[in-house]
Design a protein around this ligand. Structure first.
Ligand SMILES: [Zn+2]
Length: 285
């Protein structure tokens, strides 16, 4: 196939569907990471197994999304239920891969084929990191260093092959992302004398800046904080009301809505539609 034929294939709906399938298969691996990284276990070995009875999952039962539906969400040997998070993560990974292919490969015929595919690889790896970190943050309220710290230089370097945002923009993005949270954390600690927030969010924002560049950060922080507040305020009000209703005066539990998933969501929104939104709403480019 010549460059032109390849370009036509890359732009075809079939190629976008194949990207979705590729994403779903990686989604299975994302689940393994979400399950095992917080426990400090290897994500390579052993293969997938039932959390309850330890039976290895057969290859035929390891199809993304479909196996969960066929087996009605249960282990084939002991019938213990699997978390619905597994097919959800696989579905999210499939949709992200298809969307990234559609946006950066199928609909960008001006770039060379190699660059378009490199962009897909970079942005899908980036989304994978965001998905894994979000679900770990939801489950444990932590963003593990073992993912965030290597992600910053690896994604920064990988972006050179993909003609993403310029490297100075990305270097400033990584530094500014970390410093933004560092300054807030220090303010809480030294001025308000409170353990305000962890630096996991800062390392996550550094990884986001290392890929998308510093121009993305105001959008990511603003949209992340806004959607985070939109979700967490009703939860806070409901918990407070329920606690007021109880007879024993328990101390108000500290609200635990992690910020990581909202930063990740905002970063994905910026990646897929951010520049267009900014142009349309604010006249910025
Ligand atoms: Zn089992």
């Amino acid at each position: 196939m010549g460059e032109g034929d390849s370009a036509a294939f890359l732009s075809s709906p079939l190629a976008t569907a194949a990207a979705g399938l590729f994403g779903a298969l990686w989604g299975s691996f994302f689940n393994v990471c979400i399950d095992r990284v917080p426990r400090g276990e290897s994500v390579i070995r052993p293969g997938s197994r039932c959390e309850n009875c330890g039976t290895p999952v057969r290859a035929a039962d390891n199809l993304p999304i479909l196996s969960y539906l066929f087996l009605r969400g249960r282990c084939r040997s002991c019938r213990a239920p699997f978390s619905a998070r597994h097919p959800l993560v696989e579905l999210i990974a499939a949709l992200l891969a298809a969307a990234i292919w559609w946006r950066f490969v199928a609909n960008d015929p001006t770039e060379a084929n190699g660059i378009r595919v490199a962009r897909f690889a970079l942005y899908f790896a980036f989304s994978g990191v965001l998905v894994v970190l979000s679900f770990i943050d939801l489950a444990t309220q932590l963003l593990p260093d073992v993912i965030t710290l290597p992600a910053i230089p690896i994604l920064f370097l990988a972006a050179f092959g993909a003609h993403a945002a310029g490297w100075t923009e990305r270097l400033i993005g990584a530094a500014a992302g970390y410093l933004f949270f560092r300054i807030i954390a220090d303010f809480y600690y030294y001025v308000l004398k409170r353990e305000g927030l962890g630096l996991g969010d800062g390392k996550l924002l550094a990884a986001i800046g290392a890929v998308l560049g510093w121009r993305a950060l105001p959008f990511v922080v603003f949209v992340g904080a806004f959607t985070g507040a939109l979700i967490s305020l009703p939860i806070a009000l409901l918990t407070r009301r329920r606690q007021r209703g109880t007879a024993t005066r328990e101390p108000l539990r500290r609200l635990q809505v992690p910020f990581g998933p909202f930063l990740a969501l905002a970063a994905l929104a910026y990646l897929l539609i951010g520049p267009e939104l900014l142009q349309r709403w604010l006249g910025l480019s």
